[in-house]
Design a protein around this ligand. Structure first.
Ligand SMILES: Cc1cc2nc3c(=O)[nH]c(=O)nc-3n(C[C@H](O)[C@H](O)[C@H](O)COP(=O)(O)O)c2cc1C
Length: 410
């Protein structure tokens, strides 16, 4: 019902916060990606760990967090979703929304968003009936904020009346209605300004591969998966129905897309082939070029070390996708990680592999590319070389998406 939809759920400080855990579960069951902001007071009622386990994503709480800003700026967080849902919406947060205050992450995201907002108020009946709360609600509704509930009934505080948060199923129905009504949330149709890649399918590979020698040892490389994951998340944000095929990585699965986990190059190729057809393929994984010919079934003993390790070439995923016949994506993009003669080697690779573009980057230790936040790209096409300035991997992902959208006439 919600496949491909992204909901930013803001959980504020009220007893009903426990029902939001159920709401997350039900949204996820129906295919939505859910990202959570938990207010400081909200964290007194439910733990970030519970929300994180249910969303399979990080839970955001701090406005002034360097890590969160680097990974997902607060503005990005507010724009990234199809819909913002505030459940429970405390009297306090409703007042802040009405006043346009932005003194924590939840209120800042609500002020910075350009998406529809649905609030599920929950509070003591006297708080609900107070003229201040009613005036705040009236103002918010006038500005287009959607609401669901509250319901009438017994309250946790022992009183009776209106103020109980709507049940998760009622909130789900309101979310469905809000998504259907919100133009920014529409997907599957043609491209829009916000989601220029809507209606297209994308495949991204990311991370290293691990090539086993025995059950505990493997051949690997230093790739973190940061660039590939950022590209997959950016393509999904721009509306593409995205599959990420990820080698072993410490990074969480990005929201709003399908992630397939693999270990070896052969598994990665098979996962890519089952993900076709797509219009866009970006091979950002640092696939091991070789694997060990022998793969011991038991751990090799220290004193029984082989005199040498015989290696054999792994499949070339970029080349395979480039010559996939009828299933060849319209745009096949590869990466060339080099430590010297970066551009010349990448130009040669473009011709040899038969792909459309190569993003060449310098991965010499001094560049700090592997595992770092930044990247310096040369975009190599048959027409020529375009050097990009040094920028964050998130910015590289955004710029690549713009290039893709422009090339595909979006
Ligand atoms: C036990 C307890 C239960 C509370 N329940 C509610 C509630 O259901 N609704 C509400 O609006 N405030 C409730 N509050 C008060 C809010 O937690 C408080 O106003 C807080 O500042 C809200 O912060 P937030 O809006 O940033 O989450 C409760 C407080 C306590 C101590």
């Amino acid at each position: 019902m919600f496949t491909g939809k992204r909901v930013l759920l803001i959980v504020s400080g009220g007893i009903a916060a426990y029902k939001s855990l159920d709401l997350v579960r039900r949204l996820r069951e129906r295919g939505a990606a859910v990202r959570c902001i938990l207010t400081k007071a909200g964290a007194e009622f439910v733990t970030p760990l519970s929300l994180s386990a249910l969303t399979e994503d990080k839970v955001y709480g701090e406005l002034f967090s360097l890590t969160d800003e680097a990974e997902m700026g607060h503005i990005q967080l507010s724009r990234d979703a199809d819909l913002l849902v505030v459940a429970p919406a405390s009297a306090d947060l409703l007042a802040k929304m009405a006043q346009g205050r932005a003194d924590d992450l939840a209120s800042t995201a609500l002020l910075a968003t350009d998406k529809a907002v649905l609030a599920a108020p929950a509070m003591n009946v006297r708080m609900w009936e107070h003229p201040a709360t009613q005036a705040n609600l009236a103002l918010l509704k006038e500005r287009g904020v959607l609401t669901v509930g509250p319901n009438e009934g017994d309250m946790a505080c022992g009183e009776y009346g209106f103020g109980r948060m709507a049940e998760p199923m009622e909130i789900l129905a309101a979310i469905e209605e809000a998504l259907a009504a919100s133009p920014a949330a529409a997907s599957g149709g043609g491209p829009s300004l916000n989601r220029p890649l809507a209606g297209l399918r994308a495949l991204v590979t990311s991370g290293p591969t691990h090539e086993p020698i025995d059950p505990v040892r493997y051949i690997a490389n230093r790739s973190s998966g940061r660039q590939g994951h950022a590209i997959a998340a950016a393509l999904a944000r721009q509306g593409a129905e995205t599959t990420l095929v990820s080698g072993p990585s410490q990074l969480p699965d990005p929201a709003g897309l399908k992630t397939l986990h693999v270990e070896t190059a052969e598994e990665m190729l098979a996962a890519c082939q089952t993900s076709l057809p797509v219009e866009i393929a970006v091979c950002a994984a640092a696939v091991a070029d070789w694997r060990s010919v022998a793969r011991a079934q038991q751990k090799m003993k220290k004193n029984g070390a082989p005199a040498s390790l015989e290696l054999t070439a792994n499949p070339d995923i970029l080349a395979e996708l480039s010559k996939a016949g009828d299933l060849r994506p319209s745009l096949v993009i590869g990466f060339a990680a080099e430590t010297e003669n970066v551009v010349a080697q990448a130009q040669e690779k473009l011709a040899r592999k038969g792909c459309d573009w190569i993003l060449a980057n310098d991965v010499a230790p001094a560049s700090g590319t592997f595992g770092g936040e930044n990247n310096q790209i040369n975009l190599i096409r048959a027409e020529g070389v375009e050097p990009w300035p040094q920028m964050t991997k998130l910015a590289v992902a955004e710029r690549l998406c713009r290039e893709i959208a422009a090339t595909l006439g979006r």
